[in-house]
Every structure is written in structure tokens, then in C-alpha cells.
Design a protein around this ligand. Structure first.
Ligand SMILES: Nc1ncnc2c1ncn2[C@@H]1O[C@H](COP(=O)(O)OP(=O)(O)OP(=O)(O)O)[C@@H](O)[C@H]1O
Ligand SMILES: O=C(O)c1ccc[n+]([C@@H]2O[C@H](COP(=O)([O-])O)[C@@H](O)[C@H]2O)c1
Length: 204
């Protein structure tokens, strides 16, 4: 009898805050690629977002835990927020593979982020560490010249025109974020006053 190798999705993101677009994308990829689990990995310091202030990692991690708690196939990892310095996917995958060497990883990210993958740190190493899944979102389609064959799967997912940028702008303006993010995340944002004052964004 051959044993089943566990298929694990890795959804990397800043998740500032996590929203239903992220959750639908992960759920859809899990169903379409027959994944056993999806681990959400909030970034420590995102490489490509150094031009703006990012909410304290602990808040982004907690919101991700809250958002994923009700799904038995969704988990959250601290590997990126516990590693000092900028977050690079090569390190994320190295740490996850060290924790569980016996699983096949599928790194899920938006086609917009994945379009820049050839500029990611040690990108030539990434292909042997995971399969890559680019989910298309409204207005973004994957076009990357120079990728090795069969390393990226592009999946169209139900279009949810939600972005973290819009959720932050709404929270800052006192507008509702109900139904854009899970209920517990709405409450976490309100409880800690996230996105209202610049000071609240850096406090953990
Ligand atoms: N509505 C969505 N549908 C599908 N994928 C999404 C959606 N929103 C974000 N993603 C993807 O999820 C990954 C992590 O997203 P991220 O945390 O940067 O959220 P974001 O909404 O793009 O944030 P921001 O608006 O702050 O840039 C990215 O690769 C992004 O492309
Ligand atoms: O490894 C890199 O050089 C790299 C550069 C940019 C983004 N990433 C990863 O891509 C994922 C989505 O990033 P972001 O900034 O769109 O939230 C997240 O897991 C990042 O760590 C990785």
C-alpha cells in the first residue's frame, strides 16, 4: 500500500488585515488541487512594502488565527514573524520544509505578486522547494516571461474585489468592514483601534 504524501498549501501575505478574498482564494485552491491543509503565513517585514507602515506582526498574526480558526484545514504559522529581518519566501519554505520534510508544498499567492517572482530572493532555488499557484484576482493576470516550464499553475478564482488597502481605508474613515473581513477580525480591529491612528499601527 502506498502512503499518501500530504499536500499542503502555503498562503503567504502581509494580511494587514486578512480578508475574505484571501480566504476564498485559499479555499478554492485547496478544493481544486486536492490539498489536505492550507497554512497561512503572515509576513514579518514584507520586502515589497517598505514604502509604507505595516501593522505590528502580532496583530496581523492574531487576525489570521481568528480568520482561519473555524476551518479544520486552515492553520497559521509564525515562521515569518519570528525570523528577524525582511521576509523572503525562500526562507519561509526552508523553515516549513525543515518542520515537515515529508509533505509537498504548494505556495499560493496572487498573480500580481507572483508576476514579480523572478525578482524574489534566490528565485532559482524556489522551484525545487514548492509548486507555485498564482490566483488571479480582478484586474490581474499572470504574465511572466522566463519561468521554467510546469512550475506555476494559474487558477481563476471567484472574483472578490476586496483588498487590505481598501479595508484599512474604510476602518480609518470609520466606515464598516463587516462582510469584507471575518466577524472576529472586525472585532479585533475595533478592540485595538487598528488603522485609526498611526500610533496604533505600530503598537503590538
Ligand atoms: N481579493 C483577492 N483575491 C485573490 N487574491 C488576493 C486578493 N487579495 C489579495 N490577494 C493575494 O493574496 C496575497 C497576499 O495579499 P496581501 O496580504 O498583500 O493583501 P492585499 O489585499 O493585496 O494587500 P494590500 O492592499 O495591502 O496590498 C497576495 O499575493 C495577493 O495578490
Ligand atoms: O522572497 C521574496 O523576495 C518575496 C518578495 C515579495 C513577496 N514575497 C512573498 O509573497 C507573498 C505576498 O506578498 P505581499 O507583499 O503581496 O503580501 C508573501 O508571502 C511574501 O513574503 C516574497
Amino acid at each position: 500500500m502506498t502512503s499518501h504524501r500530504r499536500r499542503v498549501g502555503v498562503m503567504g501575505g502581509t494580511f494587514d488585515p486578512i480578508h475574505h478574498g484571501h480566504l476564498v482564494a485559499a479555499s478554492e485552491v485547496a478544493a481544486r488541487l486536492d490539498l489536505d491543509e492550507v497554512v497561512f503565513v503572515p509576513t514579518g517585514q514584507p520586502t515589497f512594502k517598505q514604502d509604507r507602515e505595516v501593522t505590528a506582526a502580532e496583530h496581523r498574526y492574531l487576525m489570521t488565527v481568528i480568520a482561519t480558526a473555524s476551518n479544520p484545514r486552515f492553520t497559521t504559522s509564525r515562521v515569518d514573524i519570528e525570523r528577524p529581518g525582511l521576509t523572503y519566501t525562500v526562507d519561509t519554505l526552508r523553515d516549513l520544509r525543515a518542520q515537515r520534510p515529508d509533505v509537498d508544498y504548494f505556495f499560493i499567492t496572487g498573480a500580481d505578486a507572483l508576476a514579480q517572482i523572478l525578482t524574489w530572493k534566490d528565485s532559482e532555488e524556489l522551484w525545487s522547494m514548492a509548486h507555485f499557484v498564482a490566483v488571479t484576482r480582478p484586474g490581474h493576470h499572470l504574465s511572466v516571461a522566463g519561468l521554467p516550464p510546469n512550475v506555476v499553475t494559474e487558477l481563476e478564482i471567484p472574483a472578490l474585489a476586496i483588498s487590505s488597502t481598501d479595508c484599512r481605508a474604510r476602518a480609518r474613515a470609520g466606515e464598516p468592514v463587516w462582510y469584507l473581513v471575518p466577524d472576529g477580525v472586525v472585532q479585533h480591529i475595533a478592540k485595538y483601534g487598528l488603522y485609526r491612528e498611526p500610533a496604533a499601527m505600530v503598537a503590538s
